[in-house]
Write a protein that binds this ligand. Structure first.
Ligand SMILES: Nc1nc2c(c(=O)[nH]1)N[C@H]1C(S)=C(S)[C@@H](COP(=O)(O)OP(=O)(O)OC[C@H]3O[C@@H](n4cnc5c(=O)[nH]c(N)nc54)[C@H](O)[C@@H]3O)O[C@H]1N2
Ligand SMILES: Nc1nc2c(c(=O)[nH]1)N[C@H]1C(S)=C(S)[C@@H](COP(=O)(O)OP(=O)(O)OC[C@H]3O[C@@H](n4cnc5c(=O)[nH]c(N)nc54)[C@H](O)[C@@H]3O)O[C@H]1N2
Ligand SMILES: [Mo]
Length: 770
């Protein structure tokens, strides 16, 4: 007889219903009856039973034997340890490094998207443990929006990217034109930091059905462009600021700009206008000028400016175009363009940075905010704090004690001797991976808690096997702003092999360090979950008891008040800017910022400007005439789920697909499906040519998130990546001195047909001895 049960849980990709038959997961699907399809929800069983899993605590042979050759990382044998042995090793290494070099030598920044859950949050738990044992070097900021989140507070008083935006009800009622500016929401809304509610996808469909004009400005004809049957403006990668300036110029030239709004609600337009009209540099930023840069016809640019000004237009920005060198400029200039159009604060008009990520615009419900574990126990004050910008780790490893500029100040790098990572995959997700791999030879010890044998785990000295979220109990909310659901994350099956929860690993380590009581605050897993749940009850909601909620095995669904559905961002500011000033220096929208200007950064002056990308076809290295963009994939979350059968949706002849325009392919004798080699000044990867008119000529699109798979790592400086990992090609350069963000998009590459027998992909095989 089959014993069948269903449990409700959740992941970044939404609320899940998991079917367990005779103790084995057989199926997974959405937890809700009507929801946009999301294939990411269907592979829970494959995640849990993956051959990629780390089964036991493991130590690298050379490290175990005291061999100081760190080039062995990534190619050495592995030895199995018992849990007590492994925990002793980790404890002793941390103690040794702490005693010899102090807290500044321990890097616990551990950036990453881990799994959802209020309790089993790997990075937080790692940092809680490190705080209690003497402190560590942290990282700040993120890989997602580094440039935008630093510049926008100067411009509009908030970071915008992680803030609620005008509700969809107002968009559907009032917007006539929706511009997806470098945005692919039907893909990116499939995941959020907690659990996606996917509501935004449904709203985009409604906008399409309502016959709204949707325009995609993107070098790639994205999934959203295709499925929403939108107009595609195939802009050349990295040239958005030129297009925005030309739209602004046309508004000025044809007297279509809202001078009254600029006067009452903005600061510094005149200074910017001198630049726009070419008074400061003899280059009017007109449509003809921009056309040569961005590749769209001048007449189309001019017409677009007229259309925007004559219709209620909402400029919805994605984040890919700011994930690049000078990434502040497109974010800032988008706001300036919207200000000139004068529709900011009107329903359906203006700009937004969160409709396309995090399901912004889905009305806030009354749920309140769920409690969660903290990196600092109650009433605990850390002994030591230091942090570097998250994307500067490679630079810090290679150049200890170097001082860099950041946002008007200075930061000096520490000398890192030990890295502890839990919940990220830097050896696939950080940029210029061959350089990262070399930098990772610097520390004396690298410890990784992982579910799978990722490249990061393979590059470590000690690897501790961790449960998936389907092997433990937790809680999460869905919707970054709506808080629409509260989801029980119920254990579907017991921990596989010898995997442990991060919580229990750090509790064991805390015991060895004599701080277990502070780590757990005397609470069990259930005590924590009850406490988090009660934080919602305190928000005034009439919720069932925790036990009833848990037993019911159902999400709680919250609704928005009618009044909250009609919220328009900046409406109050628009109505009365004196009474409702923005949180900027002038209280207005800063087209020119005295504060930014005073930093005197050549790479981020006092108003938005066009910077010619350094790596480009006209002025760059003729050996690399194509431009690479690295969008997020519809069928994985970064490197997560790359090991599953979702691969069938995108792999071409078993390899990562690289989108290439037919003209570029033909010029290189490349046919659809051919194995190709993509090369940048930093490295080479193998991929398969997806010959398509859905990418602009001159641009190559390669999804981010492939598992780094170096051929003969440690033996050569720049090993070929067999598995098309885009970050072998991308530069480790920073966006600017203001944000010190990451800048992967827009690097220069060349593509050639690969001749001979292509090496097999081994990224998904566990290493020797494992
Ligand atoms: N070229 C290029 N590179 C990019 C980007 C790009 O656009 N282009 N995007 C950047 C962006 S926006 C981001 S956010 C980053 C993402 O970079 P990461 O967050 O580093 O990427 P993930 O693949 O999500 O890595 C999460 C890892 O955590 C592990 N994990 C999951 N759950 C748990 C857990 O409970 N415990 C532990 N210990 N581990 C767990 C997973 O197995 C996985 O290996 O990538 C950046 N990299
Ligand atoms: N399915 C899925 N969803 C995700 C993620 C995932 O990995 N998979 N990751 C999550 C995370 S952590 C983040 S930060 C967000 C990322 O969200 P985004 O940063 O918005 O996503 P991207 O795919 O990097 O970029 C969006 C679009 O910008 C285009 N683009 C790239 N360069 C340029 C340019 O120079 N100009 C213009 N106009 N367009 C350009 C790309 O082709 C792409 O279609 O998504 C989140 N959601
Ligand atoms: Mo991100």
């Amino acid at each position: 007889m089959t014993i069948k049960r269903q449990v409700i849980t959740a992941a970044h990709w939404g609320g899940l219903k998991v079917t367990v038959e005779n103790g084995i997961i057989t199926r997974s699907a959405t937890a809700f009856s009507a929801e946009p399809e999301n294939e990411l929800q269907t592979v829970v069983a494959e995640q849990v039973y993956s051959p990629c899993r780390v089964k036991f605590p493991m130590i690298r042979k050379g490290f175990f034997e005291g061999n100081s050759d760190r080039t062995l990382r990534g190619r050495d044998q592995w030895i199995r340890l018992s849990w007590p042995q492994a925990l002793d090793w980790v404890h002793n290494e941390l103690t040794r490094v702490r005693q010899n070099y102090g807290a500044q030598a321990i890097f616990g920044g551990s950036y990453g998207w881990k799994s959802s859950g209020a309790l089993h949050s790997s990075r937080t738990l790692l940092q809680r443990y490190l705080n209690l044992t003497g402190g560590f070097v942290n990282s700040f900021g993120d890989y997602s929006t580094a440039a935008a989140q630093q510049i926008l507070p100067y411009v509009v008083g908030g970071n915008e990217v992680y803030q609620q935006t005008s509700t969809w009800e107002t968009v559907l009622a009032h917007s006539e034109i929706i511009v997806l500016w470098g945005a692919n929401p039907l893909t990116t809304l499939r995941n959020t930091w907690t659990a996606t509610d996917q509501q935004g996808i449904a709203y985009f469909r409604q906008a399409q059905q309502a016959g709204k004009r949707i325009i995609c400005i993107d070098p790639v004809r994205s999934q959203s462009c295709e499925r929403l049957k939108a107009e595609w403006l195939p802009i050349h990668a990295g040239t958005d600021v030129a297009l925005m300036l030309a739209l602004a110029y046309t508004l000025a030239e044809e007297a279509l700009l809202d001078r009254a709004f600029l006067r009452t609600h903005t600061q510094g337009y005149e200074i910017f206008e001198s630049y726009l009209l070419g008074k400061t540099d003899n280059q009017p930023k007109n449509a003809q000028w921009a056309s040569r840069i961005c590749g769209l016809p001048a007449s189309q640019i001019q017409q677009l400016a007229r259309d925007f000004s004559r219709h209620r237009t909402l400029l919805m920005a994605g984040w890919g175009m700011q994930r690049r060198k000078y990434g502040e400029q497109p974010a800032w200039m988008l706001v300036v363009l919207a200000a000139m159009l004068g529709q900011i604060g009107l329903p359906g008009g203006g700009f937004s940075f969160s409709h396309v990520n995090g399901n912004g615009g889905v009305a806030r419900t009354q749920a309140g905010v769920l409690g969660k574990i903290s990196e600092k126990p109650t009433n605990f004050r850390p002994h030591f704090t230091a942090a570097i910008p998250v994307s500067r780790l490679t630079d810090a490893l290679l150049h200890p004690h170097k001082t860099i500029s950041f946002n008007g100040g200075k930061i000096t790098y520490p000398d890192i001797k030990l890295i502890y990572w839990a919940g990220g995959n830097p050896l696939s997700q950080q940029h210029d991976l061959n350089l990262v791999a070399r930098a990772w030879r610097r520390p004396e010890c690298i410890i990784v808690n992982e579910i799978n044998w990722t490249a990061t785990a393979k590059m470590a000295d000690i690897v501790l096997p961790v449960t998936t979220s389907f092997e433990r109990n937790d809680l999460t909310q869905s919707g970054s702003f709506s808080m629409r659901h509260l989801l029980p994350m119920k254990q579907a099956v017991p921990p596989q092999f010898e995997a442990k929860n991060d919580y229990d690993i750090f509790l064991e380590l805390a015991k060895r360090a004599g701080v277990a009581e502070q780590f757990s605050e005397g609470k069990t897993e259930w005590d924590w979950l009850r406490e988090f749940y009660s934080s919602l009850q305190k928000c005034g909601q009439n919720l069932p008891s925790f036990d009833d909620f848990w037993r019911a095995n159902q999400p709680l669904i919250f609704a928005a008040e009618e009044s909250d559905k009609h919220w328009v961002k900046y409406a109050d500011f628009r109505r009365d800017p004196q009474a409702n000033p923005l949180n900027t220096a002038s209280g207005k929208i800063e087209i020119y910022s005295q504060t930014v200007a005073a930093m005197r950064y050549a790479d981020c002056p006092g108003h938005p400007v066009w910077f010619e990308p350094e790596e480009n076809a006209q002025h760059g290295d003729a050996r690399y005439p194509l431009t690479l963009v690295t969008p997020h994939s519809p069928y994985r979350l970064h490197s997560q789920l790359a090991q599953t059968s979702l691969r069938r949706h995108y792999a071409l002849n078993g390899r990562e697909p690289a989108w290439i325009h037919p003209i570029d392919a033909k010029a290189r004798g490349i046919c659809h499906g051919d194995v190709i080699c993509i090369e940048s000044p930093r490295g080479r990867v193998l991929a398969a040519a997806l010959v398509t008119e859905s990418v602009r000529q001159g641009v190559i699109a390669l999804y981010q998130g492939a598992w780094y798979d170096p051929l003969n790592p440690g033996e050569t400086e720049n090993p070929l990546c067999k598995n098309g990992c885009a970050n072998v090609l991308t530069p480790d350069e920073s966006s600017s001195q203001l944000s010190q963000g990451n800048a992967p998009n827009g690097c220069a590459v060349q593509v050639t047909k690969f001749i001979g027998k292509a090496p097999e992909i081994t990224a998904f095989l566990p290493p020797d001895g494992a």
